[in-house]
Design a protein around this ligand. Structure first.
Ligand code: ATP
Ligand SMILES: Nc1ccn([C@H]2C[C@H](O)[C@@H](COP(=O)(O)O)O2)c(=O)n1
Length: 228
């Protein structure tokens, strides 16, 4: 490339809930000067819209019929990621218990996935310096030609402890069960399930600190860029 400018790099980070995808992806993107996209936030945003507009979440046909109605806009600065629906900031409401319990059903509807996948690809191709995109199907479906694919894992116990700390909840057992239930739904849906791409690097974060995971992924990106 002219003037020695680096080629944009596309990094896909997938894995089950609570494995550290968001924390890791944000930090890696910030450290390397890349954009950042939280695709779970987009599925949460469309779920919030469905709930707010009284759509029956148990009716996939009703969800499919309105899948294109909400205007979802994601800000991709890793220092300040934003998400709006029809111009309203929904960063807080999309983390509610109600949205969390309904997002797997909404994101299983093929028309919803087609709509959100289109948004994701458009953001990835327009990121000048490159982007870190995190989710469940980025390496397998959304960006199958990503330069680097990482699949994060961690034991259910470690993930539940992390989430309980975050939610200030003492009921680790209930948190563990909710995580397992959501992962099972996300892994078993027909369209684009949660899965590791064949060419993804798997990183088990159970015994690693967040700083160690970040360092590991930054090193993997730098190795890719150096053509190793
Ligand atoms: N390696 C780690 N060690 C300890 N805590 C961690 C580690 N990685 C992430 N965490 C913490 O675990 C919690 C969940 O992390 P994060 O939100 O990044 O996971 P996630 O995979 O994006 O989850 P989800 O898919 O549910 O959004 C956060 O509070 C984060 O700070
Ligand atoms: N690429 C993606 C990202 C997310 N989802 C769905 C499934 C998750 O349970 C939900 C919320 O994601 P989170 O905020 O917990 O990362 O969104 C998906 O189907 N595909």
């Amino acid at each position: 490339m002219e003037n020695g400018a680096a080629q944009p790099v596309i990094v896909a980070i997938d894995g089950p809930s609570g494995t550290g995808k968001s924390s890791t992806s944000k930090a890696v993107a910030a450290q390397l000067g890349l954009s950042y996209l939280d695709t779970g936030a987009q599925y949460r945003a469309i779920t919030w819209w469905m709930v707010t507009n009284g759509i029956d979440i148990d009716d996939p046909t009703a969800i499919a019929a309105v899948a294109g109605k909400a205007e979802i806009v994601s800000g991709t600065d890793p220092e300040n990621p934003t998400i709006t629906v029809d111009g309203t900031d929904v960063a807080g409401p999309i983390r509610s218990q109600e949205v969390t319990s309904k997002v797997s059903a909404v994101s299983a509807v093929p028309e919803v996935r087609a709509r959100i996948t289109e948004l994701q690809r458009s953001l990835a191709t327009s990121a000048e310096k490159g982007i870190v995109v995190e989710g469940r199907d980025i390496g397998t479906t959304v960006l199958p030609d990503a330069d680097l694919k990482v699949f994060l894992t961690a034991s259910p116990e470690a993930r539940a402890a992390r989430r309980s700390g975050e939610l200030k909840s003492t009921d680790i057992q209930a948190t563990r069960e909710a995580l397992i239930k959501r992962d099972a739904a996300d892994s078993s849906r027909k369209t684009s399930p949660l899965a590791k791409a064949d060419d993804a690097v798997e990183v088990d974060t159970t015994e690693l600190t967040l700083a160690q995971v970040i360092e590991c992924v930054v090193t993997l990106v730098e190795e890719k860029r150096a053509g190793k």
